[in-house]
Design a protein around this ligand. Structure first.
Ligand code: SF4
Length: 246
């Protein structure tokens, strides 16, 4: 499935341990920008509705759209812009919008009036980077209606036990990732393996999407270049799955 990014607004505020080395702040600092300033995107606010010269949508039908990954979709400052974003999401019911948040306590008050049991094309996702955040956010997340729900354990900071939440049968996929860039905290593959085992136990899809820059595999620490994080995560999972067969 083709993957696209749509950032209707940009900027955020740190609100939890996973935010410490947030890549939005890291990259904005390099560009001499203040990531604490939240602003509506000028030219690409309506990106999903934009068409090319041939009249085709720039984001093709069937694509997956990572939505608001340089901010948080449920941030207070975006309250004035969100209804318009929901309308765009509704119009493009032929693509999937992956909306990820560290603020599940704001989701209910920010849903559109016709949300009902959820839009078919929206995957709501909550981030649980450690056990404390999982225990705080998951009970709230499980009360929210949605057609599909994912959990991101990213950047994974410790062993996180999701069993009591996965057994609800509400979670479609758990995706784990390590932290990137200069100050990245450790991502230990043993923690990843434990979540993978939980997912298998409760028949939940699992993905290890990136190793992070500071990856510990079988007790050995590896510094991973950012552009290799995704392929190395894939290799680690291939190794795990092949060792299961032995
Ligand atoms: S919520 Fe996400 S985008 Fe916002 S500061 Fe935290 S990690 Fe960064």
């Amino acid at each position: 499935m083709a993957r696209y990014m749509w950032s209707p607004w940009h900027g955020c505020h740190r609100c939890s341990p996973g935010c410490k080395n947030c890549y939005v702040f890291y990259l904005d600092k390099i560009r001499d920008k203040d990531a604490n300033i939240v602003s509506k995107t000028k030219t690409n606010f309506n990106l999903p509705l934009k068409k090319d010269r041939q009249g085709n949508f720039k984001i093709p039908s069937g694509a997956s759209v990572a939505t608001c990954f340089t901010s948080d979709f449920f941030l207070e400052e975006a309250d004035a812009w969100r209804d318009e974003a929901w309308q765009i999401i509704k119009k493009r019911n032929d693509v999937y919008f992956l909306i990820c948040t560290k603020r599940p306590e704001r989701i209910m008050q920010c849903l559109p009036l016709d949300w009902g049991a959820g839009y078919e094309n929206v995957i709501l996702t909550v981030t649980c980077e450690n056990q404390q955040m999982a225990d705080k956010r998951m009970p709230i997340f499980l009360t929210i209606p949605a057609k599909r729900k994912f959990v991101f354990v990213a950047p994974i900071l410790e062993n996180v036990n999701l069993d009591s939440f996965l057994e609800s049968g509400q979670i479609d996929e758990v995706s784990v990732g390590g932290e990137s860039y200069d100050f990245a905290r450790e991502c230990n593959f043993d923690w990843v393996k434990n979540i993978y085992a939980s997912c298998k136990k409760y028949n939940v899809d699992f993905d290890f999407h990136q190793t992070g820059s500071n990856f510990v595999f079988n007790g050995k620490r590896f510094k991973i270049k950012h552009h290799d994080e995704y392929s190395q995560a894939k290799k680690a999972m291939e190794y795990l799955k092949s060792s299961e067969k032995d």
